[in-house]
Design a protein around this ligand. Structure first.
Ligand SMILES: *Cc1c(COP(=O)(O)O)cnc(C)c1O
Length: 393
């Protein structure tokens, strides 16, 4: 299930006080009280802010959850979910996990006695086998970053339920315009709203949505206790991004599909990873649980070296070399040297992040321009790297 453009646009309320069609930005740190403890629902802006509260209500609605909670970054959102756990608890997580989440789980939370088992969650049986009585949280991203693996949310939710642990889905790549994990049985959804929800590469933000109010209250408590809140202006930017999410996602999907199909036919390319391709190993499950396949496409080169990948990513005109994704402008990156650098080389390769893997965030430009841009980059790369030219037979 997913939300459509009408639901997205009208999830944003008109201001009751003034009729303003754009959500007001309450740039304040505190609220004047009539007498001690008597206020209009707000006392201090870390605890609550009307602009942030509006965003939190919007995302809860869009993900069909009970509670939305907004944070200063995607990782702060993820961090808040992990704070539900205690020493001795265990997480079963997708092996092809976002690099920053891996760093947080392994290098911060293991220190506090929380252990993590990384498994290939595209095979539901691996999850079933990894879960023990210590497991309190199953963590998946689907599609994953950067190899676009897709896991069966509904099947994994059943395993979580049977073992009394929570299933959290990082829904950053799909967004509620393509996929609503809570409707498939997940307990928690997290977003890096920095990506598609914001949509314009102009802010860092994170969101959590919970199905149950009780878990939502716990995360709200953590939000206030730890303090990693989203600022009012940035809350407003996310809301503005959500207004056009329907239209943007549609075009991201169309452009990405065309780029993926082009890459499949190019002689320099070895593998293309895009769930919308019939050749993608998880195409069927992607089709079952999502309305579309998103804007991210990854591929490897026949010449599987970091040098060849570098030659390609430094020779595009429209695809800008940058971390992040989900904005109107196309981006590309080389995960082994950029986003996934913090994952040890062996783990990285085992999860399918080859040395030459390039990730594209296909933006909203004319798709023909993007295809020509890649075509030109392959040609230029062949000129600068002799061994690379051998790959283009
Ligand atoms: C970017 C990203 C994050 C982290 O979000 P920030 O806003 O950068 O902190 C988490 N998960 C996924 C899938 C991401 O792409």
């Amino acid at each position: 299930m997913s939300v459509n453009a009408t639901q997205l646009i009208h999830s944003i309320p008109v201001d009751e006080l003034t009729g303003a069609i754009s959500v007001p930005i309450y740039q304040t740190s505190t609220y004047v009280q009539e007498s001690p403890g008597v206020n209009k629902g707000y006392d201090y802006a870390r605890t609550g802010n009307p602009t942030r509260a509006t965003l939190e209500a919007i995302i809860a609605k869009l993900e069909q959850g009970s509670t939305g909670i907004a944070f200063g970054s995607g990782l702060a959102a993820i961090d808040a979910v992990l704070k539900l756990l205690k020493s001795g608890d265990e997480i079963v997580a997708v092996d092809d996990i976002y690099g920053g989440a891996f760093r947080l789980f392994t290098h911060v939370y293991e220190k506090f006695g929380i252990s993590v088992k990384y498994v290939d969650t595209t095979n539901t049986n691996n999850v079933f086998e990894a879960v023990s009585e210590k497991t309190k949280l199953i963590w998946i991203e689907t599609p994953t970053n950067p190899t676009l693996k897709v896991s069966d949310i509904e099947a994994i939710a059943k395993i979580a339920k049977a073992n009394s642990c929570l299933l959290c889905v990082d829904n950053t790549f799909a967004s509620p315009a393509l996929q609503q994990p809570l409707t498939l049985g997940a307990d928690i959804v997290v977003h890096s709203a920095t990506k598609y929800l914001g949509g314009h590469s102009d802010l860092i933000a994170g969101l959590v949505v919970t199905k149950e109010k009780e878990i939502g209250e716990k995360i709200k408590f953590i939000q206030n206790a730890s303090g990693a809140i989203l600022a009012p202006f940035d809350s407003w930017l996310v809301i503005r991004g959500i207004e056009t999410l329907g239209l943007r996602i549609q075009q991201h999907c169309r452009n990405a599909q065309a780029v993926a199909e082009f890459l499949e036919t190019h002689p320099a390319v070895e593998n293309v990873y895009y769930p919308g391709l019939k050749t993608h190993i998880n195409h069927d499950i992607a089709k079952k649980q999502s309305k579309g396949f998103g804007g991210i496409v990854s591929f490897t080169l026949k010449n599987d070296t970091a040098a060849a990948a570098t030659a390609v990513v430094t020779n595009t005109q429209y695809f800008k070399l940058a971390e992040s994704l989900g904005g109107v402008k196309s981006l590309l990156c080389h995960p082994a040297q950029m986003t996934h650098k913090s994952i040890p080389a062996e783990k990285r390769k085992a999860a399918g992040v080859a040395d030459s893997l390039i990730r594209l965030s296909v933006g909203l430009e004319e798709v023909q321009d993007l295809i020509i841009d890649l075509e030109n980059a392959f040609s230029k790369a062949a000129l600068v790297k002799e061994e690379f030219s051998n790959a283009i037979v």
